[in-house]
Unconditional design. Structure first.
Length: 266
């Protein structure tokens, strides 16, 4: 096992950075190799084991993922990322052959640069069964589909993921029926819960002046606001919206999409 002298610290930082970059580019087999190389030199690196587990999950190698996350828990029994993913893996077999029949489109966090009133993180109600959510990954593109008065979210396989929470649903359905268009991506996913990041990408002229989500209360507004601390006046009955808006800061944008989890193997 390598000691963390100056040279090894630099190597560790470079190799970890490479593993993270490969994961963010969707080069999962290369990410497996990079993390394995790092683990050979630093076998007690919990985050490397978590990243290895994440890469195996993306490749559909659930046995490998289970082994990697189990090792993380041996090293750190309280590691929340490993616990969460072991829970998800409990709903999957050793290998799900259908997982990679399609190439998932990962949404770049750059498209979620905040424009006031145009983006929000939304928790889904009536989420899909845990075995469906277990196949979902952060950054994966989703679609919003109107079904009567409901707004349902589906992944690229066409699987139902959940229903947009009530405080957004009616307003978004009305705006979409009026011609607005939205893009979405999975922000975070757990065993029984899922959140998506939604952004308005086109505002129909008939919806001019109508915000999709709560606008900034003031210049420099930060998104880390507890629900109930702020009230916004919108143009209809759905005036109380205290959502977690997307920050202009790149780190916050990536965090909202769950990309911070990639660096830690979440």
């Amino acid at each position: 096992m390598a000691t963390l002298d100056g040279q090894n610290i630099r190597y560790h930082e470079q190799q970890a950075g490479l593993a993270i970059s490969l994961a963010m580019e969707g080069k999962w087999q290369e990410a497996v190799n990079a993390n394995k190389e790092l683990i050979e030199r630093f076998p007690h690196d919990v985050e490397a084991h978590n990243r290895l587990g994440r890469a195996f999950m993306e490749l559909g190698d659930y046995a490998g993922a289970r082994q990697a996350y189990s090792r993380s828990l041996e090293l750190d029994q309280h590691n929340t990322i490993a616990k969460k993913n072991m829970g998800r893996l409990s709903h999957l077999g050793d290998r799900q052959q259908a997982k990679k029949k399609i190439q998932h489109h990962k949404v770049s966090p750059e498209i979620f640069v905040k424009e006031s009133g145009k983006a929000a993180v939304i928790a889904l109600e009536q989420p899909a069964p845990a075995e469906v959510l277990a196949r979902s990954t952060t950054g994966e593109e989703v679609s919003l589909n109107i079904a009567g008065e409901r707004l349902l979210v589906q992944d690229e396989r066409g699987d139902y993921l959940g229903r947009v929470e009530a405080k957004y649903e009616r307003r978004l359905v009305r705006l979409m029926n009026g011609g607005n268009r939205y893009t979405g991506a999975i922000s975070s996913v757990g065993e029984n819960e899922i959140k998506i990041l939604v952004k308005e990408v086109y505002r129909h002229p008939s919806q001019a002046g109508r915000h999709s989500f709560a606008p900034e209360a003031a210049k420099g507004f930060q998104p880390a606001v507890r629900k109930g601390m702020l009230r916004y006046e919108l143009d209809d009955e759905e005036s109380e919206v205290t959502d977690e808006e997307v920050s202009d800061d790149r780190g916050d944008r990536m965090g909202d999409l769950g990309f911070h989890e990639i660096s830690a193997g979440g």
